[in-house]
Design a protein around this ligand. Structure first.
Ligand code: ZN
Ligand code: ZN
Ligand code: ZN
Length: 426
């Protein structure tokens, strides 16, 4: 299942356009703009229909013309904006949709649903639509809101859980042993019973874990995040400590593969510490450094190890592609420059250096795009300084630049750390 996050924000988006709070100011400053939460599954099933859904899709280069099913969680206008149905009429060939929604939503939508098949969503039911099995479960939220447990035709499982406060006991029980691939769990941040906050969110994940709905391989992601949370960068760090993250508009979560993040930075820019801060407590740390007999080097390595949690498992290897092919869970690879050093090891002076590199990069790129793990790869930036004086130095800078460029184009996210200041650039 390919989950496209069209919107990841709360009811008013984030930043709220009228708001002076530091969290909205930081979101603007950091360029992290979120529309109302809605997702698109395999370009066919749309969940929630907020006011910005159409433009959000178009800005991501996606059309809704292949959608055949719409699931709506509740009638709050950030999830069900009836005007969107009107635009369906204005299309050349109005789509005939299957609409699954609580009765209150169907009541609001009824004047606009000519030619559509409507299915009333009641907790406890199961519906098969377009090859997907859709099970509504109860939410702790007004307006008869439901959450959706969705199984795709290829067997992937998603829990779409917005909007809700503390999950009802019967919902947690209904999700027993579901072992979801992805859980999208709301984090509005507003301290009211119908929403979750950074204080109540981890407890819901633990409750889902206790019944086997969340497992070690479940990707748990916060959605419906709003300005009652800390600024975006602080929220990212708080969630990273929990082994999770907040979705951003445009994110694609593919259950057939993991998630890849490239972290760039110059020497001593803070890139490794930043990469480490994005991960949780269960991490495979892949050190690509070739063994060296050098006191200064040993001190640096010891400092790196001292900073990492004791629960991390460390592996020393230059075979990044091999490790990524077998890995699950969270992996940190530090770093690409040392990987390159190892690849070129005996080939620095030989004429086959470039072909050895090309083959190794092709293998790494293949593993990068097919890995099932959540991987962060640290890469040093060397190309922006002076041109190296030696031929091997120039070759290294040239090939590292090529490897970085190739992998950045294939990554889900690219972050850059300059003088200790991280920013996401893709
Ligand atoms: Zn909402
Ligand atoms: Zn605000
Ligand atoms: Zn709501």
């Amino acid at each position: 299942m390919r989950i496209r996050v069209l919107g990841s924000g709360g009811a008013d988006g984030w930043p709220n356009p009228w708001c002076r709070c530091p969290s909205c100011a930081a979101a603007l400053d950091q360029g992290v703009v979120r529309g109302q939460t809605c997702v698109l599954l395999d370009d066919r099933v749309l969940i929630d229909l907020g006011p910005t859904v159409g433009l959000a899709a178009a800005r991501l280069g996606v059309s809704l013309r292949d959608v055949d099913t719409v699931l709506v969680t509740h009638r709050h206008r950030d999830h069900h904006f009836p005007q969107v149905w009107v635009w369906r009429y204005w299309a050349r060939e109005p789509l005939r949709l299957t609409v699954v929604a609580p009765p209150l939503v169907l009541q609001d939508a009824q004047p606009h649903l000519d030619g559509c098949l409507t299915v009333a969503a009641h907790p406890g039911d199961a519906h098969e639509v377009a090859g997907y099995v859709v099970r509504p479960v109860d939410a702790n939220h007004p307006e008869d809101a439901v959450l959706y447990d969705v199984t795709s035709p290829d067997g992937a499982r998603l829990l779409y859980a917005t909007d809700t406060g503390i999950l009802p006991d019967e919902t947690v029980e209904a999700l027993r042993d579901r072992a979801f691939d992805v859980v999208l769990l709301e984090l509005a941040g507003t301290p009211i019973p119908s929403h979750l906050t950074l204080e109540s969110w981890p407890g819901q994940v633990e409750r889902l874990r206790a019944v086997g709905a969340v497992t070690a391989t479940t990707d748990v992601v916060a959605i419906h995040v709003g300005h009652d949370n800390p600024p975006p960068d602080q929220l990212d760090r708080a969630l990273a400590d929990l082994g999770s993250r907040a979705a951003r508009d445009g994110d694609v979560i593919d259950t057939a593969r993991g998630r890849t993040i490239l972290v760039l930075g110059g020497q001593s820019s803070g890139k490794s510490a930043y990469a480490e801060s994005l991960l949780g407590s269960e991490v495979l740390y892949l050190a690509t450094a070739p063994p060296r007999d050098d006191e200064d080097w040993s001190r640096r390595v010891a400092a790196h190890i001292g900073r990492r949690p004791a629960t991390w498992q460390t592996l020393e290897s230059g075979d990044v592609a091999g490790v990524l092919r077998d890995a699950r869970g969270q992996v940190l690879v530090d770093d690409l420059g040392l990987w390159l050093t190892r690849v070129l090891d005996d080939h620095w002076e030989s004429s086959d250096a470039r072909s050895v590199f090309d083959a190794a990069l092709a293998e790494l790129a293949d593993a990068w795009t097919t890995t099932r793990a959540h991987v962060i790869l640290v890469a040093p930036e060397v190309g922006s300084g002076v041109v190296p004086a030696t031929a091997s130095g120039r070759l290294f800078a040239d090939l590292l630049g090529r490897a970085t460029t190739a992998l950045a184009g294939l990554s889900d996210e690219v972050h850059q750390v300059v003088a200790g200041q991280p920013r996401r650039i893709r």
